[in-house]
Design a protein around this ligand. Structure first.
Ligand code: SF4
Length: 376
């Protein structure tokens, strides 16, 4: 990016230029000159026609690095996994399409629509060029768009110095896609492929979590956690407690099987389990509950919540926030990254809501939650 754009400038009059090319690399549609964006982002920015099933303000723009050889990792549940059949460019990610667009016009559109945007995010992938390219794209965004920027990092490609560089370039928050909440599960699902970094190791992921927390500060780091990969309720609750204790946001995702991935035939969590985990996380994050306030059976399934009054749980369920999409906040603390359809198909009911659930939604949610069964 060479110049700041004038807010009055029309799209067709602006030109954002990337001058760096990778030595010895082809001229294919790779980052930083090209990126993929979520389908919802493409609709919001006018790259794609379409509308959401229900009307709501949407301003969270998610970018994903793009390489001919894709992501070097091979996670069993991920749509981008190296061994999942198909060209990388056509692969879905968290079950939604990610159309490929040129970065320069994308930044121009984000600049022009800045007042509608709530959060921007660059998702790295495990690739030797990922850090350099993320820096290049970050610079062009930060120089032209004031909306806060997160990076969903690829820990195998990073170290402390690189995280400090992100901070110095104006990145606001760091996300770490931990996904699997126990080391055993992480090791079994996240195949370790050498990637120009130190590989997918639980230790490296936590090193990056700690460094990011130190560099970016309290509530500026988040860990993505997934319900339905084989963990127990206890594993999840224990992880929420640990992260909140370190002033790190746990963000919740519902496993949503990607066709042809190694876990393509694994069913997602039942709706009742999912709703209860959403509520448990909310209680830990917002109401001061700790692991000791939850009871589990011998399989680690949540059986009871110790509460001073069942009314407290009813009130927590009624305010609806527990069931909204977890994501980095917008400029004024409002939900910023709301990823519609990240955890469910457009044809399914919402697993997480990109808006505050309506009264009708809440009636349904409470049936799904079966709160009485948790307080007897
Ligand atoms: S929640 Fe934050 S880190 Fe995760 S995808 Fe959204 S903006 Fe990126």
């Amino acid at each position: 990016m060479q110049t700041k754009l004038n807010p009055q400038t029309q799209l067709q009059d602006t030109k954002v230029v990337f001058t760096r090319t990778k030595p010895g690399r082809s001229t294919t549609k790779e980052s930083p000159e090209w990126v993929r964006i979520s389908a919802a982002s493409a609709i919001t920015l006018g790259f794609k026609s379409g509308r959401f099933a229900r009307e709501f303000d949407f301003g969270g723009i998610n970018l994903l690095l793009n390489y001919d050889d894709g992501c070097r990792s091979d996670c069993a549940y991920c749509g981008l996994a190296r061994t999942r059949p198909g060209d990388y460019e056509d692969k879905s990610f968290i079950r939604v399409e990610w159309p490929l667009v040129e970065t320069a016009p994308l930044v121009e559109r984000m600049h022009l629509l800045e007042s509608k945007l709530t959060r921007l995010c660059i998702s790295m992938v495990t690739n030797p060029y990922a850090f350099r390219d993320t820096c290049t794209i970050t610079d062009s965004i930060v120089q032209n768009v004031r909306t806060p920027l997160s990076i969903l990092v690829a820990p195998p490609t990073l170290n402390r110095t690189k995280l400090e560089e992100f901070k110095a370039r104006g990145v606001d928050m760091i996300g770490i896609g931990l996904d699997a909440v126990t080391e055993t599960l992480f090791r079994s699902l996240r195949t370790d492929v050498p990637a120009g970094g130190s590989g997918l190791s639980w230790t490296q992921y936590w090193k990056i979590v700690s460094e990011a927390r130190r560099i970016f500060g309290p509530w500026k780091v988040n860990c993505h956690t997934v319900v339905g990969l084989g963990e127990t309720d206890f594993d999840l609750v224990e992880m929420f407690d640990k992260l909140v204790g370190q002033e790190i946001f746990p963000y919740l995702f519902c496993f949503n099987p990607e066709p042809d991935s190694r876990m393509g035939a694994t069913p997602k969590a039942t709706i009742t389990r999912w709703r209860r985990i959403q509520l448990a996380k909310y209680l830990i994050e917002e109401k001061g509950y700790r692991v000791k306030d939850f009871m589990f059976d011998s399989d680690g399934s949540l059986t009871n919540i110790k509460t001073p009054s069942p009314n407290e749980l009813i009130a927590a369920a009624n305010d609806g926030i527990a069931f909204m999409t977890n994501g980095c906040p917008g400029p004024n603390g409002e939900p910023g990254c709301t990823r519609p359809y990240g955890s469910y198909k457009p044809s399914e009911s919402y697993r997480d809501y990109p808006f505050l659930p309506s009264t009708t939604d809440l009636q349904r949610i409470k049936l799904e939650l079966d709160l009485e069964g948790l307080t007897q």
